[in-house]
Design a protein around this ligand. Structure first.
Ligand code: FES
Length: 174
């Protein structure tokens, strides 16, 4: 009787120990995976976001995050008006690169592909495909974040957070 009780106790204890070991192993594995996915500390410290835009489709903006703010990157399609003061010319193509926070009160506008506009649902503000305010309360265009274009091995990357030649050209025109 006593033996059985001790044995049960041993089995319970062994089971708990195995469970703890498995959980610890899982935590270690997750930590390892997280470390692999996380950007390098130097990249975090610099507040840089790198985006491969090689496969970007014309007319279909993507949204990424840079310093915790959303950023739209739009490769303009042929039917979109050009804006010499705001278009980043990358590989000969016009791109809109803007912080996706409405300049009225900071809501995140959405892309309307039919109207080819960024529309803000909060108070009806509208921005054209270049990010220029065209309707409603927004007082100014969407902001252009610092960026640098980098081409390596036929891939094109946008480095948000660094001031490259194209960004400086646009900043001088603003
Ligand atoms: S916050 Fe966008 S229109 Fe007011």
């Amino acid at each position: 009787m006593e033996y059985n009780a001790k044995r049960r106790g041993f089995i319970k204890g062994a089971g708990a120990a195995l469970g703890v070991a498995a959980a610890a192993g899982g935590v270690v594995a997750l930590y390892g995976m997280k470390r692999t996915w996380d950007p390098l500390p130097s990249v975090i410290a610099a507040g840089i976001t790198e985006v491969d835009i090689t496969e970007l489709k014309a007319g279909e903006p993507i949204r990424v995050f840079f310093r915790k703010k959303p950023v739209f990157i739009l490769k303009k399609s042929g039917d979109m008006p050009r804006d010499e003061k705001r278009d980043a010319i990358i590989n000969g193509e016009a791109h809109t690169i803007v912080i996706a926070l409405c300049t009225h009160l900071g809501c995140i506008p959405k892309w309307n592909s039919t109207m080819q506009q960024f529309k803000c649902a909060c108070h009806g503000g509208e921005f054209n495909a270049s990010g220029v305010n065209i309707f409603g309360p927004p007082p100014r265009p969407l902001d252009i974040p610092p960026f640098r274009v980098e081409s390596v091995d036929e891939r094109t990357r946008l480095v948000l957070g660094e001031e490259g030649e194209e960004y400086k050209r646009l900043a001088a025109l603003a």
